[in-house]
Design a binder for this molecule. Structure first.
Ligand code: ADP
Length: 501
């Protein structure tokens, strides 16, 4: 009988289910988007019940497409949008409020309060993170403060917290298992990545009761089994990891110094730094990559907020493109950007500049600059931003990459990949399956049940479908990067004016 690993990929805009075979190939896929709620500017919510029903719907659909029953699924792996926060009643399973999404800025005030109380340094040392509304901690506080039902349930010992992995595991197991994995715990800003415990000090500073927190378990192990009413029989839940960490695993970045860059809406560059957490001097986050069999490995993470979203902007707002992939031919149709640089800092700029006041700028426009130059400049901005993060990472880790592994939707763009290789001066490697996030979760689950025997077994599956070697002359590369730095400086200068008015 054929068996597969089922990967549940719960993303920010859609739920996906992919079934993988032993070769790490996709056997079946189903995907469905769900609603985004924006109750106020800067606020983002999801309906946890819709996430659950959509996720189960796509799981059933993916199984049905290949006529698989529960007996054909060796294990389930979960990967999820990180930091997004749900609180629910353990008696009824009903959420007390919508899920507050990682992008949501509503707890900026709570975050500032923590900073003003002088906790920034301690929180950085304990959690590896900068205090920010992005992480779960202040979102939990917000719900406890604003939702009376949450406080009532807490008083009755009925309130539970979870990130989306926890919410799915709890529902999949019929409410029997309340657990999260190390990588997701590390994104709550409540988990001490050194002691590997929920941090009592931070819980006290935020007045968050420990009784609502899930148990932290191995990213690859026996979470529990699905309630048999869901798939007609029990299936082992064998692994979970946050989306970016899962992609790192899916790219087999098991050795310290190996890294991957995901080109999606934003870009996320993660480097495995081995068994000791490495703290950045250049604005990168320190996070847990995964914990397996009591051994925790860490990663440095640099995020670029706007990457593929810049291409979407050209398509949806500027109407310069019909579809994102068309950007490749447009960029190739000109030999350069005619001196144009786009800094797509629509929501501020992240590592290594960290300035929330910066906005997008276009510099160097001359009379001859046209549509294709602008499109090319937007694509090049993804590569320049990645370069900046990579330089910060190499400086922090003192590791020089031998090659950059890539994934995510926009890595399909050959122009971008070649330009990226040219800018970083090392090869860019694209795998045949760019669904590395889902694949990483599948690998974690498959290792737990013996579907794959070891990491070596997984490495055998890894191949490079295309390798982009750097071709550009060093002097040209440096001249282009100098231009980019000038453009960023211009964007920063524009923000300084705003701050000083
Ligand atoms: P996410 O998981 O963040 O939703 P995906 O990995 O699905 O994102 O990638 C989608 C993003 O990549 C979109 O922002 C889209 O504009 C961009 N994109 C997709 N294909 C291409 C392409 N061929 N060239 C450039 N950008 C692309």
């Amino acid at each position: 009988m054929e068996t597969y690993i089922m990967s549940l990929d719960q993303g920010t805009t859609s739920c996906r289910c992919i079934l993988f075979n032993r070769a790490g190939e996709i056997v079946s896929v189903a995907q469905k988007e769900f609603h985004q709620y924006y109750p106020q500017p800067g606020w983002v919510e999801h309906d946890p019940m819709e996430i659950w029903s959509t996720q189960i719907g796509v799981a059933q659909e993916a199984m049905y497409k290949v006529r698989a029953g529960y007996q054909n699924i060796a294990a389930i792996g979960i990967t999820n949008q990180r930091e997004t926060t749900v609180l629910w009643d353990k008696e009824t399973g009903r959420p007390v409020y919508n899920a507050i999404v990682w992008q949501c800025r509503r707890t900026a005030v709570e975050s500032d309060r923590l900073k003003e109380a002088g906790h920034a340094q301690a929180i950085r040392e304990k959690t590896g993170l900068f205090i920010d509304a992005y992480f779960s901690a202040t979102k939990i506080r917000w719900i406890l403060d604003r939702v009376p039902e949450a406080r009532e349930l807490l008083a009755q010992g009925r309130l539970l917290f979870g990130t989306i992995d926890t919410w799915l595991v709890w529902n999949l197991t019929g409410g029997k298992v309340h657990a999260t994995d190390y990588s997701n715990a590390a994104r709550t800003m409540l988990f001490n990545i050194n002691t590997l415990q929920w941090d009592k000090d931070i819980l006290q500073w935020l007045e968050i009761p420990a009784c609502i927190l899930p148990e932290v378990v191995s990213s690859s192990g026996r979470f529990g089994v699905t309630d048999s009413s869901i798939f007609g029989g029990e299936i082992l839940i064998g692994g979970a990891a946050g989306d970016q960490q899962a992609a790192l695993f899916g790219q087999a970045c098991f050795a310290p110094g190996t890294a991957k860059n995901t080109y999606g809406t934003g870009c996320f560059l993660l480097m495995n730094t081995g068994t000791t957490p490495m703290y950045s001097q250049n604005g990168l986050l320190t996070t847990i990559a995964w914990g397996i069999d009591g051994r925790v490995e860490y990663a440095l993470e640099g995020s670029v907020f706007v990457a593929g979203a810049a291409i979407q902007w050209l398509r949806d707002e500027m109407k310069l493109l019909e579809a994102s992939p068309d950007s490749e031919a447009a960029a190739e149709s000109v030999c350069d950007t005619a001196g144009v640089y786009i800094v797509p800092a629509f929501t501020g700029i992240g590592a290594p500049y960290w300035n929330p006041y910066v906005r997008g700028t276009i510099t160097g426009i001359s009379r001859g600059a046209g549509r294709n130059h602008l499109i090319r400049a937007a694509l090049e901005s993804l590569a320049y931003q990645t370069c900046d993060v990579l330089s910060a990472m190499e400086e922090d880790s003192r590791v020089s990459l031998r090659a950059l592994k890539v994934d995510g939707g926009a890595c399909a763009n050959n122009f971008l990949m070649q330009f990226q290789a040219d800018m970083i001066g090392v090869a860019v490697e694209r795998p045949p399956c760019i669904e590395t996030t889902a694949l990483g979760a599948a690998y974690l689950a498959g290792l737990a049940c013996g579907y794959w025997k070891s990491k070596e077994d997984i490495i055998k599956n890894i191949s490079v479908s295309q390798r982009f070697e750097p071709k550009m002359d060093q002097a040209v590369r440096e001249q282009k990067r100098r231009g980019w730095r000038r453009a960023v400086k211009a964007a920063l200068a524009w923000a300084e004016e705003e701050e000083s008015v």
